[in-house]
Design a protein around this ligand. Structure first.
Ligand code: PHE
Length: 339
């Protein structure tokens, strides 16, 4: 029996466990109720009296050795698991949540990019403006309805101070401080006293263009706008200019592009006309040049102005203007891939 126990001791010393199942098998084999150690205990009764002491010590030794070996294998396994956790290079990293640009910024950047390639630089004005830059220098008559409270936000303490209703005010700011050649675009926010609905808001964004130099003609204007339309909406885009009126341009026009949603065939978006309006434009009225300190006999110019929301709607078919200013992350997320 002593020999058998010695053999078992050796066996235990050499046993290993690569995983929890193998460890459990070892426990069952040696230490469980029906395990080898208990078996030997049961046989202990039959051991002759003179050997009892020696065998009892041996069985105890075996029991302790089995328990100790089991404990150390268990610890080894636990350590191994922990180590594996720490250096598991295959674990995917936690996702980095990327922000998205606002659709209006995406589209504005795109427009700015197109005009920058044509040599236009960016000019900035101010949103809280005075009557002169928004209206008077832009050739608005004293009694023009746009000056009405119903259309314009006045800063109460100052009847002359208003929120700009269009970016054309930047035209006059640039012209009064510089001489031609002038070639600028001015993107920015404008304000109008309108009830908020899905198709109107009390603030929105425009992008103004102004080119003043010697011999600037309507042909130049048309060519630049055609190029812009095709860059923005695709090479097959057609443009059409309709006569219009603005106090600060003469002649004035509104520009339509062939509907980029139906390709000009007619759809609800273009009200089945095949055309959608995108901007106002014209030759800078000589009065405006003079009011801003530029000699209208020597110089001529063109100007255009477009709504960035309008262009964005055409590109992305946003049906409700209010979505642009509600900061709903779910809406903004839709533009992730356009960044
Ligand atoms: N300022 C005009 C508007 O707000 C747009 C425009 C700009 C028209 C420049 C002609 C020239 O509607």
């Amino acid at each position: 029996m002593i020999e058998r126990i010695n053999g078992l001791l050796e066996e235990i010393k050499n046993s290993t466990a690569a995983n929890a199942d193998e460890l459990e098998a070892l426990r069952l084999k040696y230490l469980s109720k029906k395990g080898i150690v208990n078996d030997l205990m049961a046989q202990f009764r039959e051991v002759p009296a003179e050997q009892k002491r020696e065998v009892g010590v041996k069985i105890n030794e075996l029991k302790n050795a089995a328990q100790e070996h089991f404990n150390s294998l268990k610890e080894l396994l636990a350590n191994k698991e922990e180590e594996q956790c720490e250096i598991d290079l295959t674990r995917p990293s936690s996702p980095t949540v990327l922000g998205t640009r606002h659709p209006l910024s995406i589209v504005r950047n795109e427009i700015v990019d197109i005009f920058a390639r044509l040599g236009f630089s960016i000019a900035n004005g101010v949103e809280v403006e005075d009557d002169w830059h928004v209206f008077s220098s832009m050739n608005f008559a004293e009694d023009h309805p746009a000056r009405d409270m119903q259309d314009t936000f006045f800063v109460e303490a100052h009847p002359d101070i208003i929120l700009r209703t269009h970016t054309s005010s930047v035209q006059s700011r640039v012209m009064e401080t510089s001489q031609p050649p002038i070639r600028i675009i001015a993107p920015g926010r404008v304000y109008r006293n309108e009830a908020i609905s899905y198709r109107a808001h009390c603030f929105f964004h425009q992008l103004e263009g102004l080119y003043v130099d010697k011999n600037v003609s309507f042909t130049d204007l048309k060519q630049v706008l055609l190029l812009f339309a095709q860059e923005m909406f695709g090479k097959d885009t057609k443009i059409r200019l309709r006569p219009s009126y603005f106090p600060f341009t003469e002649p004035s026009a509104e520009m339509d592009i062939s509907c980029n949603i139906c390709g000009g065939k007619g759809c609800p978006f273009c009200k089945n006309t095949g055309w959608v309006e995108i901007l106002g434009c014209g030759m800078v009225d000589p009065n405006v040049l003079e009011l801003c300190g530029i000699d209208s006999k020597e110089y001529s110019g063109y100007a255009f102005g477009m709504g960035i929301e309008r262009i964005t709607n055409l590109k992305y078919q946003v049906k409700d203007l209010r979505l642009f200013s509600e900061n709903d992350v779910r809406f903004l997320k839709l533009f992730e891939s356009a960044n």
